[in-house]
Ligand binder design. Sequence first.
Ligand SMILES: [Fe+2]
Ligand SMILES: [Fe+2]
Length: 441
Amino acid sequence: MTSVHPGQEEALDRQLGAYCRSRPFRDASRPQPGNPYRRPIAFAGGFRLWPEGGDACPVGPRARLLGHRVLFNIYEQDLMFLPRRPWDGFQRDFSSFYDPALQRVGQKLRNPLEVRLFDLTDGSDLTAPEMWEHFDRVIAAHERDEGAFRSAILGSADPERAVRNFLVQCAGDFLTEASAMARNLPGTYGEVQSELFKVFIDEYGYGVHPTKHSTLYEALLRDVGMDPSAHAYWHLYLTTSLAVHNYIHLVSQNHRYFFRYLGALYYAEATYSHTCAIISGTIREAFGRDVDTRYFDEHVHIDRHHSRMVRDKLIHPILAGFGDLVVSELCAGFDEFRDVLETSGSDFLEHLRFVDAETLRCDRDAGVRAGSILRPTATGALDVCDSDVVYTLERGDGALVCGLDCERKMMPGEPIRVPGGRMHGFAQTTPDALVRVEPVS
Ligand SMILES: [Fe+2]
Ligand SMILES: [Fe+2]
């Protein structure tokens, strides 16, 4: 990918500001459940992604979060979203999200953001047999993983809440599942194209809506008392979760990375079956055996099949045709996607520890009542700070929010320390609430 030319930084940051201040993404637009077009980026106070010095300057945690939010929205302005029902002002929200002028700004920012947010590797110099050995070794190690996930969820202060917060992180992708894959379908590239199409139509339930994978995910969300509409929990996505979704969009949107996409797809399909078995079991342990885990159970089965399809019907024929020309790209996609997924998995568990530590003393209400829907807290998108800060409530009533149903009521004068890079927000319970935020020296 091309990097930013010196002197262009300021212009890019100006365009970034214009994009963030537009109607769908500006801070005044609170997340509204059922409205897929309002996605506040939390730009207030501004941020620069391209300071003088350009790509050489590291990207801090806050710029990384906001950058990923922007990139995610740029990709998703290509996708079709309709709510279940319109509301007053629907046409305005719909039109502003798909505004061609806004999309043009996004398209100017897309490639520079991809360069800034991802360190794409050059791949490896393995031969094809070495590549398969590497793939087999990684997949076998993954199958031996007993699941730090399971013990972290079940050992957390509130396993049901921990599961819900995990489902929030997946929702950004699973409710639009395989949309990035769809970017690879048009064009003409022989039998491999038709084989990829077979995987794709499995993801879409062969056109039978109740069996579409995203529909199964909606059913699970509903069953555990969550809102199944797209991006109802937009403001809670962690940076590393957005990075997973954005990586797949990146290698799908840029067709020069088609072989990299195939490597990433193979990693996903070859490991997801085992991952889903652990997740499904954990959810049932947290919520009881009757919870609707069909989404994950379906993947335990179908991704064994998809893994074979990708290996035998996609990658083998591609190697037969293009051989050494594409091995390094296949490896790069496989390794990079493993990397973003592992980073996101461990970051979520770290966030869970933070949530547990911060909410242990909070006086949450009795939790979720049967049939109730957990709504996003009345605050804008959560944010992160670049370094540790201390929050102190000066007046009024307010709460520190760090996830779904993760609110800690703040006591006047009591300092609460939030580590740099940890997502959180402040919710006013009374209109006069005022909080002081101080960096830790
Ligand atoms: Fe799927
Ligand atoms: Fe699959």
